[in-house]
Ligand binder design. Structure first.
Ligand SMILES: C[C@H]1O[C@@H](n2cnc3c(N)ncnc32)[C@H](O)[C@@H]1O
Ligand SMILES: [Zn+2]
Length: 442
């Protein structure tokens, strides 16, 4: 699909690009992207106003979509893919996942996040919201892979003061580190894991720190019925209320799951302007037994986004698969064939997702950051092309994703990502050595 097919330089960060004859909202357009990563022109034929492009991408037989955002994941959990499946959520976490994670190294997180980044790029993801450990190394992987991310340290204190102090230090260290990177593609957030793993003191510290530093909060909220029941028993109020009283709900908060929210909580989240990330594949796999009340959230003014969750509850990071599953799960669970139509699903993955992460509007327009996905229309799953949004949500798979451009830089072209084989090999080695270290410790 390129006039410069064999030219590896297309992956350079600072080149201008002209995408010729791609479909933008059903019309054939040229898109000119400047070397600063901005969409300068979308027109029937490039005017030449911004000079000669350094690279030309032949966009004929492609649909251009705004890049996708994955608003909830634990990216280095790629290393745990297939390690523990088909279990009850709390047992899965406390008996399998947490004991193994206790042996993670910084290098594991780098290798796992590199794998996650290229896996996400393959399905057209240009930004993600990540909560995990050794996040300075995740930041290095995000830098190296060229994708965008909001990164937080998973803050878990279980009411223990010593643990809380350590989590505070880890959060501060990460935020300072990301500040010092001074890269607009990489942002820090505060990551209180969930109301059931973080004490009130911890939640209060997190909300104060996010305000002081003007950064977001990333948290799990009401994933299972049991955690809601436990919260009511302990606090006499539902989880959203607890979080609100601790100052953790704001326009900068992304709350993942929200499966067991009641009507009053949906209204509270809408009033405040919280983003709620739907993770349908993980929710189905972990059998949380209720789908997020999508329509009630939308009617309450909530910005609903999409996430994959980590690779040990999904078990991939394919945002196209997530879109389809979201649209189907909502229809199936709420017994409504009209809920979450294709157009809204695509918005969850594009404009709503990018806004949640503070990376802009998520639309293809002049003046916007060039986060563009080109999807091959000459592939069975995109044929015929009556409705491009319907095809992306309901029929496309990642094999149809041809080119991914993030901040004006080509990260994948013609289905090719530089160094992919080496990245997979390193992650695989890390995964086996992690499990060996754990087994040796028993
Ligand atoms: C950041 C922390 O979140 C954990 N984690 C991963 N998946 C889920 C889930 N579905 N629910 C709650 N916690 C989860 C990770 O295993 C890590 O310990
Ligand atoms: Zn999660």
């Amino acid at each position: 699909m390129s006039d410069n097919m064999n030219d590896i330089d297309i992956f350079n960060e600072t080149d201008s690009i002209l995408i010729k004859k791609t479909l933008v909202n059903g019309k054939i357009k040229d898109i000119f992207v400047s070397d600063t990563g901005i969409i300068e022109e979308i027109s029937d034929k490039y005017s030449g106003e911004y000079g000669e492009p350094e690279f030309i991408i032949d966009g004929e037989s492609t649909v251009a979509s705004p890049g996708f955002s994955n608003t909830h994941t634990h990216s280095a959990m790629t290393l745990l893919r297939g390690y523990a499946d088909d279990m009850h959520l709390q047992e899965w976490l406390s008996e399998k996942i947490w004991p193994l994670e206790a042996h993670l190294s910084a290098e594991d997180v780098y290798n796992g996040t590199m794998l996650a980044s290229i896996e996400m790029i393959r399905s057209g993801t240009i930004a993600f919201n990540d909560m995990y450990f050794f996040m300075e190394e995740a930041a290095r992987a995000v830098y190296d892979s060229g994708i965008k991310a909001v990164l937080c340290h998973g803050f878990i204190d279980f009411g223990n003061e010593e643990k809380r102090e350590a989590e505070i230090k880890a959060t501060e260290k990460l935020c300072e580190h990301i500040k010092s990177m001074n890269n607009p593609r990489i942002k820090a957030a505060v990551g209180p894991h969930a109301p059931y793993t973080v004490s009130k003191e911890g939640l209060l510290w997190c909300s104060a720190y996010s305000k002081e530093n003007d950064i977001g909060i990333h948290i799990h909220l009401s994933e299972t019925e049991q955690e809601v029941k436990d919260c009511i028993e302990q606090n006499n109020k539902r989880p959203s209320k607890v979080l609100d009283e601790c100052g953790c709900l704001s326009k900068r908060t992304v709350a993942a799951h929200g499966c067991w929210l009641d009507d009053s909580e949906c209204e509270l989240l809408g009033k405040i302007g919280v983003f709620v990330a739907h993770n349908p594949v993980s929710n189905m796999k972990l059998a949380v037994n209720r789908a997020m009340p999508y329509q009630k959230l939308i009617d309450s003014g909530v910005n609903v986004t999409l996430g994959t969750d980590g690779c040990s509850s999904n078990n991939n990071l394919d945002i196209l698969e997530e879109m389809k599953t979201a649209a189907l799960l909502q229809k199936f669970f709420w017994n409504s064939d009209t809920v979450l139509p294709a157009h809204e699903t695509l918005k969850m993955a594009t404009s709503a997702g990018k806004k949640a992460l503070g990376f802009g509007e998520g639309e293809l327009k002049t003046g916007a950051e060039a986060d563009i996905v080109l999807i091959n229309t000459k592939t069975p799953c995109m044929t015929p092309l009556f409705n491009w949004e319907s095809n992306i949500v309901y029929s496309a798979n990642s094999n149809a994703v041809d080119t991914v451009i993030c901040n004006g830089r080509v990260l994948m072209h013609d289905g090719f990502i530089p160094n992919e084989e080496e990245i997979c090999k390193k992650a695989s080695d890390s995964a086996y050595s992690l499990v060996k270290r754990y087994n040796d410790s028993l």
